[in-house]
Write a protein that binds this ligand. Sequence first.
Ligand SMILES: Nc1nc2c(ncn2[C@@H]2O[C@H](COP(=O)(O)OP(=O)(O)OP(=O)(O)O)[C@@H](O)[C@H]2O)c(=O)[nH]1
Ligand SMILES: [Mg+2]
Ligand SMILES: [Zn+2]
Length: 381
Amino acid sequence: MMDSHDFEALRDIGLPAPLVQQLALLPVDDDTRPWRVVEVQREHLVLHDGHAACRARAAPALLDALLADDDALAVGDWVLARPEQADRWLLVERLQPVTQLARRVNDGRGSPRRQVLVSNVDTALLLMGLDHDFNLRRLERYLALVRLAGVPAVLVLTKADALEPAELARRLAQARACLPEGTAMVALDSRAPACTQLLAPWAGPGQTLVLLGSSGAGKSTLTNTLVGPDRGAAGPGTVEFQATGPERAGDSRGRHTTTVRTLHRLPNGACIIDTPGLRALRLDVGDAAQLDDVFGDILRWAGQCRFRDCRHLAEPGCAVRESVPPERLRNFQKLQREAKRDTMTALERREQLAHWKARGREGTLRLRAKRSGQGSGDGTG
Ligand SMILES: Nc1nc2c(ncn2[C@@H]2O[C@H](COP(=O)(O)OP(=O)(O)OP(=O)(O)O)[C@@H](O)[C@H]2O)c(=O)[nH]1
Ligand SMILES: [Mg+2]
Ligand SMILES: [Zn+2]
């Protein structure tokens, strides 16, 4: 077992109590030590132990075992590694994450694969620009992502400096209406030092935050602001300055400036993970019913629909359609369809395909019959 000194340094970079217990139970020899994954590159990983960083590669057996479970290493993970070469470590074990944010991505072979975005985060800051980036349907998707992972979210509306007061108030009210009860919301200028104060309630010592949002929302700008100008004094951690994207004339959409997820330390002992803007966010829903929890208002109104099995499409007496904004309802139904498609088994998928093909054939036959019917009608009439 490791001495308490090491635990203290690890706690400094966010090691939570349940994982301290997991670590204490693992057989650790003199060489094998606990680390946190602070960066995942295609060819290597960067680990940190609270004192210093090192490069590592993952043991193939570990990668295979994770892959078999639809799982993968991610920034924020706690791992065990031992020295392999002078300047490289071998990652041999991954501790079971307390939380994991994941999406589904198409791997080009039909069924979408689960991709882990980050592990072991206490709070997700969902960044959305109050400018052209402002999109409530996308916000609902992000809210669902974090809710499915059981991670509390804070909506951070950036570029508050760019709006007239009346327009600002209107957008704040719209965003507020989309948030589940109890979800906090702040509006700020990511470049302003005041961000540190505004986000302090979620950035206490030992806390890990992740920044999520589309490209250009201001994630790297906010990371730099929170890490502060005194980067060296922030102590160990990846303290490189995060490159930020240029401001574009006409619109302020980003250009995918950040390409990898990286964990940074804040001066007060919290950790923050900067991420690249996601081009597509397909939810990783195990069961479509899980979405009910994200759209709690829809579920509540559904209890008052006239028909018990109301699908809120065209049924009379539908309380949901009367009370929920139509775009929100459509988004909910779209996410449900996606989730159902993703959770279909290969057999169900084949059956559905066969069904549609048969419908297509029937349609063609009907069309032909109609045409030939018309043809004969012409001849006799
Ligand atoms: N006026 C204003 N500009 C901002 C604010 N936040 C970010 N910006 C600008 O928006 C541009 C994009 O910001 P980034 O921090 O690079 O965006 P990002 O979310 O990291 O984008 P990706 O790395 O591409 O995912 C930069 O030019 C920032 O200076 C803000 O609150 N107000
Ligand atoms: Mg960035
Ligand atoms: Zn209904």
